[in-house]
Each structure stands twice: as structure tokens, then as C-alpha cells.
Design a protein around this ligand. Structure first.
Ligand code: SF4
Length: 264
């Protein structure tokens, strides 16, 4: 039998990265939302229809269909910033949160303040059960150096599972052209890992589309993007990339890892 992750014991070393804390995501919502065959077929229909919609139209549909149980998790990347900008126009009351692992760049934390100043939107920090100091003390040092999967599990995935409880749907900022892992993302689909409807309004957008919207509208963005960091995560696991490298090559450099586990 696989070990069971419990809330609060994320500093305990473990080998498996499974989560079993009872009903998850939309199954824990009031009312619960179940991925029945009919519901999945309905989502597939919406997804096909929304292929030709603009990201803003997709967001407006998601808000209409799922609010107030609709949310967004953001790491304040360029894509996330465009979604925040669009939400400020179509549904500024949408709750938005950030996984504050304790390892984020100061520029990222400052961006949260800039979002508040620009849009009046307060992005909520969601924290792991332990501080960085407690986590590292319990694990004889930084886990990201030896086992980033376990570190991401403890400091991001368990937190996200908790945050997802009770929601029906959330917005993701992924683009299909970002990586092979993301290439098949539907506009609307069922996220098995988090048991939620996942809406990806930018699935059909390119990096150029994202930056055009940012520059045309003076949307705040992380200054690290101007310093050779196309993708910004936690500081220990992010480096600047060289010309010609993949835009996610600077994440978990030196490890066979390209995703934190949220989108794959
Ligand atoms: S990105 Fe790095 S520091 Fe952040 S949670 Fe994952 S392994 Fe830990």
C-alpha cells in the first residue's frame, strides 16, 4: 500500500509522490462536481467551440459557467500577467492565488504588490505547512539540491491540492507551444490530478501574442524577463538561458525535470 500524504507532514521524507487526502478539488465542493461521462462530453464540446474564441471570451465563459467556484493560480509569469489583466476587465472579483514556496525571487514577490497597485487585485499567498527553515532543518538541508520532485511536491503540489478543494474550475496560463508536455492541452478539460475543470485561455497563443498584449497595455511583468530569464520559478531552480536555448531550459537545469508537476 502506498504511503498517504497528510496535511502538515510535508517535511517528512517520502518516496512516492501520491496524494490521498479524501475528496479532492471539485469533488470536495458544495455542490460537488463529478467528471461523469456526460459532463466530460459537455466540456469537450465547449472546448471545441472555444478553439476560435479569444482568451478574454474564454475567461468570460469560464466565469459565467463556474464562478464563484472559479479561480486562478499564478506564478506571475508573462502569461499569468496577461490573464490577470484580462480578468481585471471581465471579472476582477475572481480569486487569484500564488504558491509562496518561500523560495521565490524578490522580484516575483514585488510583482504581487504591483498587481495590487495597478488592478486593485490582491493575489493571495498560499503557504506550505512549514517555513523554508523548518523544511530544510527537517531534511538535513535544501531538498531542491538533491530531489527537486520531492521539494516541489511538498512546497507546491500539496499546497495546490489544498487550495483546489472546493473549487469547480481554474484558469491555467499554459500555451501549447511552450513544451511537448503542454502541446495537447485542451481549452477546457478535466484536470485529473487536481479533480477540477481546467481552462487554458492562452492555449492557442504564442509567446509573441503574450508580449504584444503586455507591451501594448503596459501590463506589469517580472523584470527578470529582461535579464535573460524567460521562465521564472523559485530562485534555486531557475537560471538565465542562452541565446537559442528552449525558453524553459533555465528551469531545474541539471535535472531531468521540466515541470513542477502542476501541468503534467
Ligand atoms: S522549484 Fe525548486 S525550490 Fe521551488 S519547490 Fe520546486 S524544487 Fe523546491
Amino acid at each position: 500500500m502506498l504511503p498517504v500524504a497528510q496535511p502538515g507532514d510535508d517535511d517528512a521524507p517520502r518516496n512516492d509522490l501520491s496524494i490521498d487526502q479524501g475528496p479532492q478539488g471539485a469533488l470536495a465542493a458544495d455542490p460537488p462536481l463529478h467528471p461523469t461521462e456526460d459532463f466530460l462530453a459537455e466540456l469537450a464540446d465547449h472546448s471545441a467551440r472555444l478553439e476560435s474564441a479569444t482568451p478574454k471570451e474564454i475567461l468570460a465563459w469560464a466565469v459565467e459557467r463556474f464562478a464563484p467556484r472559479f479561480s486562478m493560480a499564478t506564478a506571475f509569469g508573462p502569461e499569468g500577467m496577461t490573464i490577470i489583466h484580462m480578468l481585471s476587465e471581465v471579472a476582477p472579483e475572481t480569486p487569484i492565488f500564488n504558491l509562496e514556496t518561500g523560495y521565490q525571487f524578490k522580484e516575483t514577490l514585488e510583482l504581487r504588490e504591483r498587481v495590487k497597485d495597478r488592478y486593485g487585485i490582491e493575489v493571495e499567498f498560499k503557504y506550505p505547512a512549514t517555513t523554508v527553515e523548518e523544511y530544510e532543518a527537517a531534511n538535513n538541508g535544501p531538498v531542491y539540491k538533491t530531489d527537486p520532485n520531492r521539494c516541489c511536491f511538498a512546497r507546491k503540489l500539496t499546497v495546490l491540492h489544498q487550495a483546489a478543494k472546493g473549487l469547480h474550475a481554474w484558469a491555467s496560463a499554459i500555451r501549447r507551444d511552450q513544451s511537448p508536455d503542454r502541446a495537447k492541452a485542451p481549452i477546457v478539460g478535466w484536470d485529473k490530478k487536481f479533480q477540477l475543470v481546467k481552462v487554458s485561455p492562452l492555449a492557442n497563443w504564442t509567446k509573441a501574442d503574450v508580449w504584444k498584449l503586455i507591451l501594448d497595455n503596459d501590463i506589469p511583468y517580472n523584470p527578470l524577463h529582461d535579464q535573460g530569464y524567460p521562465s521564472v520559478g523559485c530562485w534555486p531552480c531557475t537560471r538565465a538561458v542562452q541565446l537559442g536555448e528552449d525558453e524553459r531550459a533555465g528551469r531545474w537545469s541539471g535535472f531531468q525535470k521540466t515541470e513542477c508537476g502542476l501541468h503534467n
